[in-house]
Design a protein around this ligand. Structure first.
Ligand code: DGY
Length: 329
């Protein structure tokens, strides 16, 4: 008999077909996530859950159904899941590391370039019928080549950004809780403490995870330390930036521009003052959204789910320590 699982959204066929073949799957068909009470109801009789970053997976959900053997998150980030609670309950959690690194870095660099060279403002200008002539000062931006890029977080995606920056002859600083002396020479990057990075960078790009030490890391204090010509790029998690402090920094000229793939909250409210600023580019959490990468993420999440329902070790567990403790049966 096939194991019952819940898939909380339609994922690409590369993963969905694997799940449909291996499991007795119920797939949430709506474009919007299942409301909380429906998610809780759906997992009551399931052995596995393939979740999205929009689903909150907490102790309440885990305790509703002791038969739930695995949660496979369709994302590399897992701040939507209470990992200590899962580990304590012997519940393996999977994520999708690696496959989205280059796609996400491509997009973060695209946002950096778009903000520096005012691409979206230029397109809006043309569509609004404002293009009357070539102008010496028309939509002038800042150079990318030769500028200093400060990376907050130097994991896979931060490193992939550094590679892209080297093609633009940028000077690259990084700040991370783990210093990577092994990579500094070969990648041509320099470790800097947070204050130095903020003082010296023309572009600051965020590639760290969201946790209690990074929540609102970009607040009034941080903006006060940045160059007034600096551009901030966030393709990590929205709450790393305090949105009120960002609005103040952008509207008062403390920094030049921001490009956000992620916001607090998500989706951003349509009455957010950030949306009134021409120097704030906001897109809807699409940094990993290439067709190929979303397919690979689906395949990885499906493989985690299927291994988990069969009581096997997940290919990419977030909490491998659960296997030493003993997993839920
Ligand atoms: C992730 O995987 O964590 C991204 O935010 C979505 O791809």
């Amino acid at each position: 008999m096939k194991h019952k699982v819940f898939v909380s959204r339609i994922i690409p066929d590369e993963g969905l077909n694997l799940v449909l073949d291996a499991c007795d799957a119920e797939v949430w068909q709506d474009e919007l996530p299942p409301p909380r009470e429906i998610l809780l109801e759906k997992i009551r009789d399931k052995v596995g859950l393939l979740s999205l970053l929009t689903d909150k997976i907490d102790a309440e959900l885990m305790d509703l159904n002791p038969q739930l053997r695995v949660v496979a998150n369709y994302a590399v980030g897992f701040d939507n899941i209470d990992i200590p609670a899962a580990t304590q309950r012997g519940l393996p959690i999977g994520n999708t590391p690696g496959v989205l690194t280059d796609t996400t870095a491509d997009f973060a660099f695209t946002m950096l370039m778009s903000a520096a060279r005012r691409v979206v403002e230029g397109a809006d200008y043309v569509r609004a019928g404002k293009w009357k002539t070539w102008g010496p000062k028309l939509l002038t931006g800042i150079d990318i080549h030769g500028a200093t890029l400060g990376l907050i977080g130097f994991g896979r995606i931060g490193q992939a950004m550094a590679k892209r920056a080297s093609g633009f002859d940028m000077r690259v600083l990084y700040y991370d809780q783990y210093r990577r002396e092994d990579l500094e020479k070969s990648m041509g990057v320099v470790y800097a403490d947070m204050d130095t990075l903020l003082h010296e960078s023309d572009f600051v790009s965020i590639h760290t995870d969201l946790n209690e030490s990074t929540r609102h890391m970009f607040n009034n204090d941080a903006f006060a330390k940045m160059k007034s010509s600096a551009v901030l790029i966030n393709s990590a998690r929205g709450p790393i930036i305090d949105p009120a402090a960002l609005y103040d920094a952008l509207s008062s000229g403390k920094i030049r521009a921001a490009a956000l793939d992620v916001t607090e909250p998500e989706p951003i409210h349509m009455d957010s003052p950030l949306l009134t600023l021409p120097n704030c580019l906001v897109v809807p959490h699409i940094a990993s959204a290439s067709i190929a990468t979303r397919g690979k993420m689906a395949e990885m999440a499906a493989k985690n789910l299927i291994a988990g329902v069969n009581g096997e070790r997940l290919p990419t567990p977030v909490n491998p320590e659960v296997y030493e403790k003993g997993i839920r049966k």
